[in-house]
Design a protein around this ligand. Structure first.
Ligand code: MG
Length: 398
């Protein structure tokens, strides 16, 4: 089998209401939908982060992929995304989207789901977390989350609608004392839920340790990236040893796992099918973590259905996945896959697809609609928060 075409389409899908985080806001999500075509007529689907630089990566990789056999994954990885290329040129995101498509082709050719190609499923449903953000009101004036009362109402609505048993509370937007009080209110209202915090490294070590101390009795599931950098994470771990630490910002690549383990920097690396270079590489990273005695979680970067399916296949095959993966998915108003958004089951779960490959197909009408939207709505990684000009700089805020 040979690859005869690689094409991609940027798309923008609106979300229920604009999300706020430590360094900006999201009016909606931009992604690039990838199609890899073979001479046998099989089309593999991939997806990566949006933006001109990712399109540039795909344009550079396209001629190198033409003529290759989609089953020769290691040969292709060393051709397109050798470790030096990843480190020096940052090829990882474009390559990861292509890897999803190659595994989708393999699965379709073998009539087996992708999780069967990476070790097989150890679970049939994956429980996801509710992703609690501060939000601006949408065009209808609905959905604002700006204070504790609104955050509580938002959490109640998500738990009622989807049945989530884990809550992820996005921090670094309001002053830490307000967010500490809101966490305590969430803990009181949801005594049996797991609740995690993630200020996206907006805090100093001093602030992070203070937050950990004030929430010592409040059963924090984990504190994710309270500070930036392995050395600062290590300081928080040493000064607040009772709190479980997770990361997708200071520890997010293969090279980071060994120092993270041996310098005792954190407890839970958050894997990602994009940042670790594909579904098969993220699964391998999970096994490295298993050897190093670390549990794993899964990070979310605002996926559409193809990347969401890739994440579910990864989660299906990770025995040491002990915490609910994160997902922005419930914020989306629609999807580009056939049948619309993947449906959540009881307990906020998404079922592991049973069909061949990734188990999702493109809805071409919807892709065309959201590709059109991306012409005017294309966003990069950082959008300034209108209420906090200057927040877009990545320096500690408190
Ligand atoms: Mg994070």
């Amino acid at each position: 089998m040979k690859i005869v075409d690689v094409r991609w389409t940027p798309a923008f899908i609106p979300i229920e209401a604009p999300l706020r985080y430590a360094f900006g806001s999201h009016p909606g999500f931009s992604r690039i939908i990838i199609e890899v075509v073979t001479d046998e007529g099989i089309v593999g689907l991939g997806e990566c982060y949006g933006g001109a630089s990712r399109e540039g990566q795909l344009a550079e990789m396209r001629p190198l992929l033409l003529g290759e056999d989609p089953f020769e994954l290691e040969r292709i990885r060393w051709k397109l995304a050798a470790p030096t290329a990843l480190k020096l040129f940052g090829h990882v995101l474009g390559y990861a989207g292509l890897e999803f498509a190659l595994l989708d082709i393999q699965g379709q050719a073998l009539n087996r789901p992708v999780c069967d190609l990476i070790g097989g499923r150890v679970r049939n449903e994956v429980p996801f977390s509710a992703y609690l953000f501060y939000r601006y009101p949408n065009a209808k004036g609905e959905g604002e989350v700006s204070n504790a009362a609104q955050m509580m109402a938002f959490a109640r609505e998500l738990v009622r609608r989807y049945g989530f048993t884990t809550l992820k509370y996005k921090n670094g937007v309001l002053p830490p004392d307000e967010e500490i009080e809101t966490f305590q209110a969430l803990r009181e209202e949801f005594p049996k839920h797991k609740i995690r915090l993630d200020p996206n490294a907006a805090w100093s070590v001093t602030t992070a340790v203070r937050v950990a101390r004030k929430l010592h009795q409040d059963d924090v599931e984990y504190l994710e990236d309270p500070v930036w950098g392995m050395r600062a994470m290590k300081r928080v771990n040493a000064k607040a040893p009772w709190v479980t630490l997770a990361s997708n910002m200071s520890v997010f690549a293969f090279d980071d796992l060994e120092p993270a383990a041996f310098a005792d920097i954190l407890d839970v690396p958050l894997l990602d099918v994009h940042w670790y270079g594909g579904i098969s590489r993220a699964r391998l990273a999970g096994q490295v973590c298993e050897t190093l005695g670390m549990d794993v979680g899964i990070h979310s970067g605002a996926e559409f259905g193809i990347s969401q399916a890739a994440t579910i296949h990864l989660a299906a095959a990770l025995p040491n996945l002990t915490v609910a993966p994160d997902s922005h998915y419930h914020h989306l108003t629609d999807d580009v896959i056939e049948g619309g958004k993947l449906p959540y089951g009881p307990g906020g779960t998404l079922a592991v697809p049973r069909g061949p490959g990734l188990g999702v197909k493109l809805d071409r009408d919807k892709l065309a609609r959201y590709a059109e939207m991306s012409r005017t709505q294309q966003m990069g990684s950082w959008i300034e928060d209108p209420k906090r000009p200057g927040a877009v700089t990545h320096q500690p805020k408190w």
